[in-house]
Design a protein around this ligand. Structure first.
Ligand code: DLL
Length: 424
C-alpha cells in the first residue's frame, strides 16, 4: 500500500473510531466534551493531534471494565497486565478483535520467514499475560503447528523441542539465552535440533544479544513488540532486513511525542511512543501513552513493506521494570509494605541478571517494634511478605528483611531501584 493509500485508510478508520468511543465510552465522551470537541471535528488522520491522550492510570481509574466500548456479552476474552499498584490493567477482546490479533501476528511471523511447515514452541507465559495465547493463535492462523509449552520446566522444553522437531521458538530474549546454555549442558548434540527461528520480545534486548542467541541456538532471531493495552504481541515486527520493526499501522496508529510537553515530535526524533487502536472493538484506546521511548521512520525498507518502522525501545519514561518478562512497578512493592503494619514504607529493589535470568531482591525495613532476634519470628514475617509480594508482583523475589532505619533516607528522590543489568 502506498503511504497515501495508508493515510486514507487510517483517516477512514479514525473517523469511525472516534464516533464509536464518543457514543459508547463515557470516559472519552467527557474528555472530548471538556476539550469542546465533537466526533465530526476529526476528518483525517492529521486531526489525531486534537484528541486526548490515554494513560495506564486511566485504565486503573476505570478498573476493571470502565473503558470497554461494547457490552460484556460481546467480550470473549480478558487479559491483564501489571498495574502501577495492586490492581492489574484489564483488557477485553471481541471475536473480531481476536481475529485481527491473530492475523496481525501471522503477518509478523511471515515477516520472519515462517511458513505452515514450521513447528513453533511457544514459551511465553499462557494465562493473563498476552504473550502465550497471542502467539498461539497467530501461529495457528498462519497454518503452522503450535506446541503450547508456556513457561517453566526448562528440561522438558529442551526434550520436547528436540523430540517434536520444533523449528521455531517464541520466548523472551533472556529466556532464549538461558535455554541456549541449558541445551549446551543437556548433552544432546545441537545438530539434533531443527530450530531455525526465534521470535523474541516482551522485554528490551540488543543486537549483541541477537548475535549471541543466533550463534548459540543456530537460529535467525527476530524482534516482536507489543503491549497488552494495544493488543498484545504483534503491534510491530522486524523483517529480513532487521533494521527496525514494521508497525501494523492499518490497526495501530503510531505517534511520537515529547514525554514532557506531550507535543508531537517529527520522525527521527526520540520520544514517547503513542498508539491509537484504529479497529479495536473491546477496548479501543485513543493516543495511548506507552511510556516506551523510541524513534519512528517512514523511510522505504528494502524488504518492500511501506509501513512505518520503530527503532528498538531505548528506555521508558516511567519507572516500570521488566523482570523475567513481567512488568514490575516499584509502587507495587510500596503498596504491599503500606498494607502490612510490620514494615516501614522504606524499600529497595535490586535487579541483577545471573546466568541470563533476571533476579530480583526486595529489601524491606521492619518496624522497630516488630524487629526481633528470634529466628522463628523473623521467618514468619518473611513468609508473610514474600507471599503477599509474589501475589502482587506475579514473580518470585528474594526478600531481605532489613533492620530498622537501615535503608538510606534521602531528602530528594530516593533511589528505590538499583538495576545492575547491563544490556549490551
Ligand atoms: O509484553 C506483549 C508481548 C509479549 C510482546 C510477547 C512481545 C512478545 P505487556 O506485558 O503489556 O505486553 O508489556 C508491554 O513490554 O510497553 C515494552 O516496554 C515491553 N516490550 C514488549 N515487547 C518489547 C520488545 C507484552 N520487543 C511492555 N522490545 C512494552 C522492548 C518490549 N520492549
Amino acid at each position: 500500500m502506498s503511504r497515501e493509500e495508508m493515510r486514507q485508510l487510517q483517516s477512514e478508520r479514525l473517523r469511525k473510531l472516534v464516533h464509536r468511543v464518543y457514543h459508547n465510552v463515557p470516559f472519552y465522551r467527557n474528555k472530548m466534551q471538556q476539550l469542546g470537541m465533537i466526533p465530526d471535528d476529526i476528518r483525517s488522520i492529521d486531526d489525531i493531534v486534537k484528541l486526548p491522550f490515554t494513560t495506564k492510570q486511566d485504565l486503573r481509574d476505570n478498573y476493571p471494565y470502565g473503558l470497554f466500548a461494547v457490552p460484556m456479552s460481546q467480550i470473549v476474552r480478558i487479559h491483564a497486565s501489571s498495574g502501577t499498584t495492586g490492581k492489574p490493567t484489564v483488557v477485553g477482546y471481541t471475536h473480531r478483535d481476536l481475529s485481527i490479533w491473530s492475523e496481525a501476528i501471522a503477518r509478523c511471523l511471515m515477516g520472519f520467514g515462517a511458513t505452515r511447515d514450521d513447528i513453533f514452541t511457544v514459551a511465553y507465559g499462557y494465562g493473563l499475560f498476552t504473550g502465550g495465547l497471542g502467539l498461539h493463535y497467530g501461529v495457528e492462523h498462519l497454518g503452522a503447528t503450535v506446541i503450547p509449552m508456556s513457561t517453566g520446566n526448562t528440561a522438558k522444553h529442551i526434550q520436547l523441542m528436540h523430540d517434536f522437531g520444533s523449528t521455531a521458538l517464541a520466548c523472551t530474549p533472556s529466556y532464549a539465552l538461558y535455554l541456549a546454555e541449558q541445551i549446551a549442558q543437556s548433552g544432546i548434540p545441537r545438530d539434533e535440533f531443527r530450530l531455525r527461528l526465534a521470535i523474541l520480545g516482551g522485554e528490551p534486548w540488543t543486537d549483541n544479544m541477537r548475535r549471541e542467541i543466533e550463534a548459540k541456538l543456530g537460529v535467525d532471531a527476530f524482534n516482536i513488540y507489543g503491549l497488552s493495552e494495544i493488543m498484545g504481541p504483534g503491534v510491530s515486527h522486524e523483517c529480513e532486513c532487521k533494521n527496525g520493526s514494521h508497525i501494523i499501522e492499518d490497526h495501530f496508529y503510531p505517534e511520537i511525542v515529547s514525554p514532557d510537553t506531550l507535543e508531537p515530535l517529527p520522525y527521527g526524533q526520540q520520544g514517547e511512543l503513542v498508539f491509537t487502536t484504529l479497529t479495536k472493538e473491546g477496548i479501543p484506546l485513543l493516543r495511548y501513552r506507552t511510556k516506551d521511548l523510541c524513534t519512528l521512520t517512514d523511510a522505504p525498507c528494502p524488504c518492500g513493506r511501506t509501513s512505518v518502522r520503530m527503532s528498538r525501545i531505548a528506555g521508558r519514561s516511567d519507572d516500570m521494570l521488566i523482570i523475567r518478562g513481567v512488568n514490575v512497578f516499584p509502587s507495587q512493592v510500596e503498596s504491599v509494605v503500606l498494607e502490612l503494619p510490620e514494615f516501614e514504607p522504606h524499600y529497595r529493589l535490586i535487579v541483577d541478571r545471573v546466568n541470563n535470568l533476571d533476579v530480583l531482591e526486595v529489601q524491606v525495613e521492619v518496624r522497630e517494634e516488630f524487629y526481633s532476634d528470634e529466628i522463628s519470628a523473623m521467618m514468619a514475617l518473611h513468609k508473610r511478605i514474600a507471599s503477599r509480594l509474589q501475589s502482587v508482583l506475579g514473580i518470585s523475589a528474594n526478600i531481605k528483611l532489613m533492620e530498622p532505619r537501615s535503608i538510606e533516607r534521602s531528602e530528594g528522590k530516593s533511589q528505590r531501584v538499583i538495576d545492575n543489568r547491563v544490556l549490551e
